[in-house]
Design a protein around this ligand. Structure first.
Ligand SMILES: Cc1cc2nc3c(=O)[nH]c(=O)nc-3n(C[C@H](O)[C@H](O)[C@H](O)COP(=O)(O)OP(=O)(O)OC[C@H]3O[C@@H](n4cnc5c(N)ncnc54)[C@H](O)[C@@H]3O)c2cc1C
Length: 264
């Protein structure tokens, strides 16, 4: 069984570091900001490794990013992934979700054999569109299962999964081949094992450029991306502090309604 896990390296925005956006390109300034594996991708990887533990699957991790994105592949391999693939090329930079999913799909098709499952995170914490997994699934013509929060049962060619969708809890039987997108915190990812940690440090990682993929340049990177961020701005909030002695809940409610009325 061949399981592909899509892994994105993102700035560590959970660490309360001030993130700024470049005023010309409107992309995130990543210099000097520590990077991590997108948390939901770690959950997706953990589920892939659980399948590997039970069914002897091969787990391949794939990322598109700058050369330093190799670090998240090595981290995934230290957790137990078998192979790492890094799609990196200056012409990929600035891709939107359409061209990101094109590059990832082509890389998988060319180098990773036919997948039984493609796992990914439901959303990346930085771009946050939730479109890349479905974009890849479309290119493989795979059914796509998003919002998945746990795998209840692993059977050959079938997974029983659980998700909350549209206010309903659903238990679904998923058959391979399929794309499954897992929500953040859906499991407790394992820590790297000592032997894997040493192996992953120097294990070969396949670097893939556009010379390998031969994707027409007009469909990748900033110029090939139909979606562009044209403006980002911080929302300024007016804050006024009003101090007043209030004795009862009703008095509080009346005061609030009065103030809301004043600012319309
Ligand atoms: C502030 C900001 C706003 C943006 N808004 C948009 C927008 O509105 N529309 C748009 O098309 N693009 C947008 N982008 C660009 C977008 O971030 C990139 O296209 C990015 O490559 C993928 O989108 P995402 O982060 O939304 O991923 P999501 O679709 O949220 O990611 C879901 C999952 O797909 C996988 N995945 C995503 N990217 C990669 C990758 N590079 N390598 C491997 N796996 C991956 C991961 O498993 C991830 O958990 C924006 C970028 C920024 C910085």
């Amino acid at each position: 069984m061949n399981i592909i896990v899509l892994i994105k390296q993102i700035p560590d925005i959970e660490k309360n570091i001030k993130i700024t956006v470049d005023s010309k390109s409107y992309s995130i300034n990543r210099q000097g900001i520590p990077s991590i594996m997108n948390p939901a991708d770690k959950n997706a990887l953990e589920y892939a490794l659980c399948i590997k533990d039970q069914l002897n699957a091969t787990v391949k991790v794939v990322t598109m990013g700058p050369p330093q994105a190799e670090a998240v592949l090595r981290e995934a391999m230290s957790m137990g992934a078998d192979e790492g693939y890094l799609a990196t090329d200056r012409s990929f930079a600035g891709s939107d979700t359409l061209s990101t999913s094109l590059v990832l799909s082509k890389a998988i098709q060319e180098f990773c054999d036919k997948p039984d499952y493609i796992f990914c995170g439901h959303q990346a914490l930085d771009g946050d569109t939730g479109q890349v997994g479905p974009g890849v699934a479309e290119r493989f013509n795979f059914p796509q299962w998003i919002h998945v929060r746990s795998i209840l049962e692993i059977r050959p060619n079938t997974l029983l999964v659980d998700r909350i969708f549209d206010g309903f809890q659903e238990t679904i039987e998923i058959h391979s081949p399929s794309m499954v997108a897992f929500v953040k915190n859906s499991n407790l990812p394992r820590l790297p094992g000592l032997r894997n940690l040493f192996w992953a440090k120097d294990a070969p990682i396949k670097t893939i450029t556009n010379e390998d993929l031969k994707i027409p340049p007009e469909t990748i990177g900033i110029s090939g991306s139909p979606t562009r961020v044209v403006r980002t701005f911080k929302i300024e909030m007016d804050k006024t502090v009003i101090k007043k002695n209030i004795e009862t809940g009703n008095e509080l409610l009346e005061t609030m309604l009065e103030k809301i009325g004043e600012v319309k």
